[in-house]
Design a binder for this molecule. Structure first.
Ligand SMILES: Cc1cc2nc3c(=O)[nH]c(=O)nc-3n(C[C@H](O)[C@H](O)[C@H](O)COP(=O)(O)O)c2cc1C
Length: 174
């Protein structure tokens, strides 16, 4: 049985949901999973972890700065242990080229080149956004064409089967 640490950054909560889901999959396979919001847990990797899965979401073309700080600080540990990155964005839903470019920028900014990278579609949580954010996101969604624009409801583009597969494939590499 291994102990897997899942630190993540989130702005509207979708990456937190994905991290918890990954934690559940890992536990269902008989391992220990510790899911941690980096904002609260701080920027250290607890001793005794056998592997680390880092999650972050994209806003205005970049992943959370505090996740980048976390990765820079823990780069040696991430390189020594089996580790992976999961990146959550709207681009991951239908615009893989952009989603990949966010990860490339993350790698350049942090110096960490994760052996495993997953790109997960995020969510449009119109009913949770304030007025301005709702307008901006509706405009972006409309311009993209592949996203939804009815602001009276929320849309989740995360493909949970793919998240499960990612977690299981990662476990298989340990
Ligand atoms: C203000 C704002 C800006 C965003 N900018 C981008 C972007 O540049 N590229 C992208 O692919 N997704 C973008 N998104 C979509 C988020 O990545 C998506 O909503 C994701 O689910 C957020 O994850 P979180 O809830 O864990 O923060 C943006 C979302 C918001 C609200």
């Amino acid at each position: 049985m291994g102990s897997i640490y899942i630190p993540y950054g989130t702005t509207e909560g979708q990456t937190a949901r994905i991290a918890e889901f990954i934690g559940d999959v890992i536990q269902a396979h008989g391992h220990q999973a510790r899911v941690a919001d980096i904002k609260q847990a701080g920027d250290s990797i607890p001793p005794g972890c056998d592997a680390v899965l880092v999650g972050a979401s994209v806003h205005m073309g970049t992943h959370e700065e505090y996740v980048q700080d976390f990765v820079r600080k823990n780069r040696e540990t991430l390189e020594r242990l089996p580790s992976a990155l999961f990146s959550v964005s709207l681009a991951a839903h239908g615009d893989a080229e952009n989603a990949e470019s966010y990860v490339r920028e993350f790698e350049e900014q942090t110096g960490w080149r994760p052996a495993h990278v997953a790109l997960f579609g995020g969510a449009l949580l119109y009913t949770h956004y304030g007025f301005i954010k709702r307008l901006i996101m509706k405009k972006i969604a409309g311009d993209k064409g592949s996203l939804d624009t009815d602001t009276s409801r929320d849309y989740v583009y995360t493909e949970w089967d793919g998240v499960k597969r990612f977690a299981e494939d990662f476990l298989a590499t340990l």
